[in-house]
Every structure is written in C-alpha cells, then in structure tokens.
Design a protein around this ligand. Structure first.
Ligand code: HEM
Length: 135
C-alpha cells in the first residue's frame, strides 16, 4: 500500500509544483498581451486551472503525504518533514498570491516575477528535503 501512496504523492506533487510554476509564468506573459480580449481569454483559462486543477491536486498531495507520514512514522523520525511542512505553508501562501494576481488586470511585472521565482526556490527545497533527508 505504501508504494501506491508514494506513487500518488510523486505524481500529484509534480503536478502541484509544475502547475504553480507555469501559472505564475503565464501571469508574467499576460502582461505582454496587446488586446484586452486576449488578456480576458487567458484570465479565464488561468482561473479554471487554479480552481479545478491546482486546488484538487494539492488536496491529493496533502492527503497522500499525511498517509505516507503515518505509515512510515516520518513525523517522529527526523526534522526534515517539519521543515518541509514549514515550506509547504509558504508554498500555499504563494499559491494564494498567484490566484490573486490572476484576478488583477494590471500589476507591476516585478511582483509577478517574484512569485514565480519564489515558487521555484521553495518547490526545489521541498523536493531536496524529501529526497535527501539531510536531518
Ligand atoms: C507540495 C507539497 C509536497 C511536495 C513537493 C512533496 C515532495 C515529496 C517528494 C519529492 C518525496 C519523495 C521522497 C523520496 O522517496 O525520494 C516525498 C515523500 C514524502 N512526503 Fe512529500 N511532498 C509534499 C507534501 C507532503 C506533505 C503535506 C506530507 C505530510 C504531512 C508529506 C510527507 C511525505 C512523506 C512521509 C514522504 C515519504 C518519505 C519516505 O519515503 O520515507 N509530503 N514528498
């Protein structure tokens, strides 16, 4: 059963990080569009992905992660999981910020870029902690 949840956790976490990474990049790309119609069309697609793909798949990652933690005793095994959960809180906050930026028609490009870069760095650290388990 552990293999099933580990596979589910791997697939869903790739989708969570990948979706957030690309969604935050399309916020930057949308600023370059010339017409309001194009921007409106893209906003609709971004909002649908945020609501119907990002949030549900985040739920699958959280649930499969909790099941794995219980099955492997990872909560008491070392500190890596506590750090990973701390970073997860930051990642969730960045996802909320991404959702807000999708709704904004005009915003400074540097704010959109900051969210995009932070998602990459936080996601990379989480994957490092879970695979290497440095402590
Ligand atoms: C977006 C959020 C998350 C990401 C990116 C992520 C990433 C990963 C990665 C890359 C692994 C693979 C480790 C390996 O076998 O090499 C893993 C395993 C694991 N994750 Fe997550 N995870 C996330 C959320 C969670 C949550 C919320 C929990 C629990 C509260 C959790 C608990 C675990 C556990 C217990 C393992 C198994 C480690 C082992 O095989 O010993 N994860 N995670």
């Amino acid at each position: 059963m552990k293999n099933f949840f580990l596979t589910l956790h791997m697939i869903s976490m790739c989708l969570v990080i990948g979706t957030l990474f690309l969604q935050s990049l399309t916020v930057v790309f949308r600023l370059r569009l010339k017409s309001a119609e194009e921007a409106k069309g893209l906003e609709k697609t971004q909002s649908r992905i945020h609501k119907f793909i990002y949030y549900p798949i985040l739920g699958v990652t959280l649930i499969s992660g909790i099941v794995l933690a219980i099955k492997t005793g990872a909560f008491s095994e070392g500190k890596w999981l506590h750090w990973k959960i701390g970073l997860l809180m930051i990642l969730i906050a960045l996802g909320v910020q991404n959702g807000k930026q999708i709704k904004e028609a005009v915003l400074p490009k540097k704010y959109a870029m900051m969210v995009h870069i932070a998602i990459f760095i936080v996601g990379a650290f989480m994957i490092y902690l879970a695979t290497i388990k440095p402590f």
